[in-house]
Design a binder for this molecule. Structure first.
Ligand SMILES: Cc1cc2nc3c(=O)[nH]c(=O)nc-3n(C[C@H](O)[C@H](O)[C@H](O)COP(=O)(O)O)c2cc1C
Length: 184
């Protein structure tokens, strides 16, 4: 069983106004608290070979313009769909505004999960919807009890961000090991 502390971890983010990068920094800091280094790269700079060396890949994406996909991610849609990640673990986080865009909250995170559906990756880090107030989300499951990854709202709930990240990173540590032992 491989522990996350021994894993190669890549965090790939896209951003228009910087929030998703700030959250990426905080996620890397939270991993550092556990003694883990995370390589952080903008989606505009990632090389296909970089995925090959990883055990855990974290994707971070904001939603724009009523359920729209952050532009840099949208440009690599075909590459994402073609990614082959068997034996690798993926976790997602998404940024959005639940009050301003309650029918499209963190939709782009759901889009990333859909694009990676055939990649062969295992997904960890599903996050409860409790504590959010939204109507619809492409990132939520059918009964809207979980998002497919961590939802961060810097517009309405910035005061909850640090605690959410800390809790989610702890959750990733626990789930990564379970996933790995399941795989054996
Ligand atoms: C014009 C505009 C459109 C937006 N559309 C959405 C949306 O459809 N869904 C959502 O959840 N958030 C939406 N947001 C909120 C952004 O996702 C949020 O501010 C996010 O933190 C931006 O991240 P970034 O700075 O990394 O680009 C929108 C914000 C603006 C200003």
């Amino acid at each position: 069983m491989q522990a996350l502390s021994d894993a190669n971890i890549l965090l790939v983010f896209g951003t228009d106004t910087g929030n998703t990068e700030e959250v990426a920094d905080k996620i890397c800091d939270a991993f550092a608290q556990h003694g883990c280094a995370v390589e952080m790269v903008n989606i505009t700079d990632v090389e296909a070979e970089q995925y090959e060396e990883q055990d855990l890949i974290i994707f971070g994406i904001p939603t724009w313009d009523f359920g729209g996909i952050q532009g840099d991610f949208e440009e690599v849609e075909a590459d994402l769909e073609a990614l082959k990640l068997p034996g690798k673990t993926v976790a997602l986080y998404g940024l959005g505004d639940q009050l301003g865009y309650g029918y499209y909250f963190v939709d782009a995170m759901g889009w990333v999960k859909e694009k990676l559906h055939d990649s062969g990756a295992r997904f960890i880090g599903a996050w409860p919807t409790e504590g959010y107030d939204f109507d619809e989300s492409r990132a939520a499951n059918a009964d809207k009890s979980f998002f497919c990854g961590l939802a961060i709202d810097e517009d309405q709930q910035f005061d909850l961000t640090d605690d959410r990240i800390e809790t989610w990173v702890k959750q990733l540590f626990a789930e990564f090991e379970v996933e790995q032992s399941d795989a054996v």
